[in-house]
Ligand binder design. Structure first.
Ligand SMILES: [Zn+2]
Length: 524
């Protein structure tokens, strides 16, 4: 079947980047972010110059609604949208949440695969079509940017999607997404699906086509690139590739593949690539997961040359073994930054280079802490600074706050910890003994908080080298069927441990407050 000649949208000269770190990314277990953290990530996404930010799933909980609303009010350039099912409540909540955005949008989805229809939706194909058209029509009365997704498209019948999308496009959808929700597709096949459907949907040339891939078979980036070669001009992705199960398409990988192989694709994104590394570091700090050293683009080893012959080549000419320059993705060539004699101005400058918005933190307090760290530590690295400001913003407005901690241990008596903590603004004290200083500390904190969650994981990492390094502690606690992470950074490891646990307890507190409606659906 013939297309309507030249396709004005797909031949446009860039690939739109749709970032879903705050929605699909946040759905990965242990990647829960609070509102302030989401706003910080959104600011960095704006610096990255992404085109669309999916800020959450407004109807899923009050907390999600609030996050979408705050992100919508914070950023100016990107389109901010919320996910919504094809239900009245979802559509209306999503529209309401983005009201304050300069460039608002909505993302409506419903599954189209027979397996989802039969076992999850309990609907037939006709009912799904009617529901999709109804929701798109309702949204497009209020919104000019309406994206529609066929959830599980890669396992759906292509001709059924053609008949559904024919109506959905006529109803006013401006972006059509065909996600590989389960990470099941293979590049050639996934790309071919777009060509097949675009050739058969009337008006296909007036909408933008979008790919959304999961990495279950390690093919999310490859599938996204195959989609671009088949006319897709929007890629849905996340920073560091976080997301459900094995994750989503990694933003940095797809952006750098397009840039590095522009000779092949003839098209790029509009991402400010020098903000990639700061974005990756910021997300690691917020969710407390490091990226593996061999992670493309942002891993510690991504630009390291170990083999002698490679080193020799790189020294003679960088391009012998390097297809990209580390500076292009914002990796600082000199990681050693500031010290004792650095002024406030240099500190604020560096924060900017690291992707931290000085307006979003208490700079005076952060600078004072930086100075205190300089006194303890000869060399202060970027990661130390990031840890310090993340720790500062992490603690603000918390229900549980650590006021003081002292520990003692000797050969003749068991380790003992005394804790002073503010609980909802009220100061409380407690003391406990334990198997070690951290154990004693945790017991005292549990007494003060009045909860005894199960500590599932506890890990200590030195952020930068040396015995005077900042220590970062991450933990995972489980309580009432809910699992939440906690992070803390401090030059004293017992202190970092206490901060990590208190951070987890605060997350637990707000997670319980959110009391999420059990959706039973995860989104595309
Ligand atoms: Zn997804």
């Amino acid at each position: 079947m013939a297309t309507e000649g030249i396709d004005p949208v797909t031949t446009s000269d860039y690939v739109r980047i749709f970032d879903t770190t705050l929605r699909d990314g946040e759905q990965s277990p242990g990647a829960t972010m609070n509102v302030a953290e989401k706003v910080a990530i959104a600011r960095q996404l704006e610096r990255l110059n992404v085109d669309v930010i999916e800020a959450g799933f407004a109807a899923s909980s009050d907390g999600d609604f609030e996050s979408v609303r705050r992100v919508a009010e914070t950023v100016t350039t990107p389109i901010v949208l919320s996910l919504a099912r094809t239900r009245e409540l979802d559509v209306d909540r999503a529209l309401k949440a983005v009201e304050g955005a300069r460039n608002p949008g909505i993302h409506i989805f419903i599954a189209t695969s027979d397996i989802h229809l039969k076992y999850k939706l309990l609907m037939n194909r006709e009912e799904v079509l009617t529901s999709a058209v109804w929701a798109v029509e309702r949204a497009s009365k209020h919104m000019s940017h309406v994206e529609f997704s066929c959830e599980d498209a890669s396992r759906s019948d292509w001709d059924y999607m053609v008949s559904l999308l024919r109506e959905v496009v006529a109803a006013g959808a401006t972006v059509i997404n065909l996600p590989d929700t389960t990470g099941h597709a293979i590049p050639e096949e996934y790309g071919r699906m777009f060509t097949y459907i675009r050739e058969r949907v009337p008006g296909a040339g007036k909408v933008r086509w979008s790919a959304h891939c999961h990495n279950d078979l390690g093919l999310a980036v490859a599938n996204s690139l195959a989609a671009i070669q088949n006319g897709v001009r929007q890629i849905e992705c996340t920073i560091n590739g976080i997301g459900e199960r094995a994750g989503n398409t990694s933003m940095e990988e797809v952006v750098m593949a397009l840039r590095t192989r522009k000779d092949l694709f003839g098209i790029e994104s509009r991402v400010e690539t020098r903000q990639i590394y700061p974005a990756s570091r910021l997300l690691c700090q917020v969710i407390g997961w490091p990226v593996p050293p061999n992670k493309p683009i942002v891993g510690d080893n991504a630009f390291a040359h170990e083999a002698g012959i490679h080193q020799d080549g790189v020294l003679k000419h960088k391009l012998t073994y390097e297809i990209m320059k580390p500076e292009e993705v914002g990796i600082p060539s000199n990681k050693l930054v500031l010290g004792k004699h650095s002024g406030r101005h240099a500190f604020v400058d560096r924060l900017g280079q690291l992707g931290v918005d000085a307006a979003a933190i208490d700079v005076n307090k952060a600078f004072a802490e930086f100075k205190a760290l300089c006194d303890k530590k000869k060399v202060v690295y970027d990661d130390d600074i990031l840890a310090l400001v993340t720790e500062e913003s992490r603690r603000r407005g918390d229900f549980y706050e650590l006021a003081d901690l002292s520990v003692s241990s000797s050969n003749s008596s068991p380790p003992r910890a005394e804790i002073v903590m503010r609980v909802g603004g009220e100061e409380r004290r407690s003391a406990a003994t334990g198997d070690g200083m951290v154990d004693a500390c945790y017991k005292a904190i549990y007494q003060l908080a009045g909860v005894h969650p199960v500590l599932e994981r506890y890990a200590v990492k030195a952020i930068t080298g040396g015995t005077d390094a900042l220590g970062e502690v991450s933990c995972l606690v489980r309580h009432n069927g809910m699992t939440v992470p906690g992070q803390g950074a401090h030059s004293d490891i017992v202190m970092a441990s206490a901060l990590a646990l208190i951070n987890a307890l605060n997350r637990l507190k707000s997670a319980l407050r959110r009391n999420p409606e059990q959706l039973g659906e995860e989104g595309p």
